[in-house]
Design a protein around this ligand. Sequence first.
Ligand SMILES: [Zn+2]
Length: 301
Amino acid sequence: MRLLRSVIVFILLLSGSHVEPEELSSTLRGSGESRIFVDGFRDGRTLLVFAHQDDDLVWMMPFWPSSAKFVLAGYPASPVFERLVRSFPPELNYADRWSPAWGTIDDDVFAETFTDWCKRAPIVTLESITAHLRPYFTPDVRRVVTHNNWGEYGHVQHRIVNAAVRQLAVEMGLDVWALGTRVDARSADDQSAYTDVAQGLGLPTVEGYFDANLFRTIRQKYFEAIPAASTAELTQKFRQWSPTLWTWSAAEDAFPKEWRPFIALVSRGRDLTVGNAAVERLVEEVPLTNECTMPPVLPHR
Ligand SMILES: [Zn+2]
């Protein structure tokens, strides 16, 4: 029943101009000043920008109904990713809103280059991500939901996407929002790994709801998406990176469940995180992961 209700709410939200407050508040909520921010998301002028396919589900799911575009920013897509997004329940209207900022490349090229941390590191930089994102920052965009400054669990590419988005938002006078939670990747299987930290940051906050049933329905599509390339060797390389297109923990409760804080990082072009000691401390404390020179930390191998 909950799943059915979630899907109906998503359909209502996607139908555009006639969104009632109660429907929007089913995935976003806030009181006082935050209520105004929540209402703002109803204007259809929000971009969702994420490093890797599956990050928008794990870290940004409450904004699926209200986002105009889902921009994949940390690597190109390939046909296996295209098939995946087309397999999502059509009522979510995901595929039509999905946009890989680096375009789409051959599965063989993805397997050869982008499954290899050290091959992709000199390609996926702050400069290149910023350049690929810039065309999406058109005058009709008001705000962006993306990764937080500490990269949720410290992923280097989440941090680069965050930095690129904040930089562009400052240039364009936009707002930027991100999950106010820190994650311990070593215990990602368990709810206790997802700790809300928004309260001590002194930043505007709204709350977003991660619906576990809908989350697991979409995650199941990832589990069914098995990477493949044209040769046995490249297919093996692809599957060593990840046996399915789900690259985070597959455990039942391996995501931030229920109501979670989302914090404003940039407000009308002013970066609220610059000089914010509490945010800077988090960036220091959450260990950086998944750099070329580092041993793999689960997941995103
Ligand atoms: Zn990621």
